[in-house]
Design a protein around this ligand. Structure first.
Ligand SMILES: Cc1ncc(COP(=O)(O)O)c(C=O)c1O
Length: 452
């Protein structure tokens, strides 16, 4: 039976990232329960949650240990904060775990409540650091076109997607955008992958010189680009980019909100792609999304700058009421324990093989021009003509049609920019469930193709 809340939804709810008029006609897609990698809607239909919600429920929808961790903490201390020297044991334990898991050079963890908040805070921290170094002119940020870094004023400014920015007067802080490292779509005719990488590094350097290196605070990048199109970087890309940034004394912010905690087959995407970040932003899989929590991880170099600035100003003047919330922190600590005890990363590496094999086999499908993936995250790109890579007109909404057809087959995937489909299942997915996911997706693609 349809949820009794459907009419109330249409009357009272303002939905994020939703076209508002069609929503009034179609109503909400109400999810009522979940178990393992599956969720059920209000009419009792079962779906494979092939997007882990929003790239986040790594441990699936029924992990009793996370429920128990939240319950125990709620009973012991449901709230306390981290301002003015105060602390809680779960927040301290989580910070220690995060620093120990992070790539070399990371020294401190600052806890927040979401990915956008983590990114906003990291951008502020970059300014604070340069001010501490007597370089107050270093204010601009560089991000890649099609980047998604969140929606708050600063995070939404380094995001480089029209559907996030238009109408909201973004970018609202100085953000410069460079080329998307998606070889299939943006390489020039005849350009090898290595030549493409070299060109992107040269273009970045030219952009830095044109803007003035002394005006640029930081470069921000997702190791694998998610919401902008589920795109993996070409080999050698991050090494080439980092060399340019180091040469011009520009900080590197790794936005690990999707990639962090096993998604790419390592604890962090930075480890998969040899990134040495000055700042890292985390959220989502940090708590398997059971409660909202995020973190900014800070290098020793930046931390020292913060200390000198705090000494000068009298305090490190930023924070949020719920940053390091003890219940969310306790759930995150338990999540990290589960990753370690069950060796979730080894599992991801194991099942990534059939996952990528089935993914790349879709490259033979008449609708698919490109497949890309790493670990348990992937994108497929729909084309009208494989030889020329020409796409269908935007009005045909091909990716949205595939997404709808997949839903009818009992699979949730997401249409993302570039007429692409993103696939990002819970990390607990089994090999058998991976085959079921791709069987459903193939049937959806066949159905859409048969209507053309
Ligand atoms: C890479 C990245 N950064 C930041 C964010 C923003 O996170 P939140 O939605 O928790 O604000 C997202 C969300 O999808 C993301 O994918």
């Amino acid at each position: 039976m349809t949820s009794p809340f459907t009419d109330a939804d249409k009357q009272y709810v303002l939905h994020p990232f939703t076209p508002l008029t069609p929503h009034q006609e179609n109503g909400p897609f109400v999810i009522t329960r979940g178990e393992g990698i599956y969720v059920w809607d209000d009419e009792g239909r079962q779906y494979i949650e092939g997007m882990s919600g929003l790239w986040c429920t790594s441990l699936g929808f029924s992990e009793p240990r996370l429920v128990e961790a939240a319950r125990q903490q709620l009973e012991t201390l449901p709230f306390s904060h981290m301002f003015t020297h105060r602390a809680t044991e779960p927040a301290i334990e989580l910070s220690e775990q995060l620093v120990k898991l992070a790539p070399a050079g990371i020294a401190r963890a600052f806890l927040v409540n979401s990915g956008s908040e983590a990114v906003d805070t990291a951008l502020k921290m970059a300014w604070y650091y340069w001010n501490s170094q007597g370089q107050p002119k270093k204010k601009k940020f560089i991000s890649r076109r099609r980047a998604y870094h969140g929606v708050t004023i600063a995070a939404g400014s380094v995001t480089a997607l029209p559907y996030v920015q238009d109408g909201f007067d973004l970018p609202a802080i100085a953000a410069v955008h460079c080329e998307t490292p998606h070889y299939y779509r943006y390489a020039k005719d005849g350009e090898s992958e290595a030549q493409f990488v070299a060109r992107l590094a040269e273009e970045l350097e030219a952009q830095i010189l044109a803007e003035g290196a002394d005006s640029i605070a930081a470069f921000i990048a997702e190791p694998v680009m998610g919401a902008g199109g589920a795109m993996t970087p070409p080999a050698g890309y991050f090494e080439a980019i980092q060399a340019v940034l180091q040469k011009h004394d520009i900080l590197f912010i790794a936005d690990e909100v999707i990639c962090g905690f096993g998604r790419t087959g390592n604890m962090f995407g930075s480890q998969t792609y040899n990134i040495t970040p000055d700042l890292m932003t985390c959220a989502k899989q940090l708590s398997s999304a059971y409660l909202p929590i995020g973190a900014v991880l800070v290098s020793e170099k930046l931390y020292k700058g913060f200390v000198s600035m705090s000494d000068k100003l009298g305090m490190f003047g930023t924070g949020n009421t719920y940053g390091g919330h003890p219940v969310a922190a306790a759930v995150a600590v338990e999540t990290l324990k589960i990753y370690q005890e069950r060796d979730t990363i080894a599992h991801v590496r194991r099942v990534s093989e059939p996952f990528l094999q089935r993914l790349h086999a879709l490259g033979e499908h008449p609708l698919i021009g490109n497949t890309r993936g790493v670990g348990l995250i992937a994108g497929i790109e729909i084309v009208k003509d494989k030889a020329s890579k020409a796409q269908y007109p935007v009005a045909d909404k091909m990716a949205a049609r595939v997404m709808a057809a997949a839903r009818a087959e009992g699979l949730i995937v997401r249409a993302v920019p570039g007429d692409s489909i993103a696939i990002c299942p819970p990390l607990i997915i089994s090999e058998e469930e991976i085959h079921s996911l791709f069987d459903r997706l193939t049937r959806a693609l066949d159905k859409v193709h048969s209507t053309l």
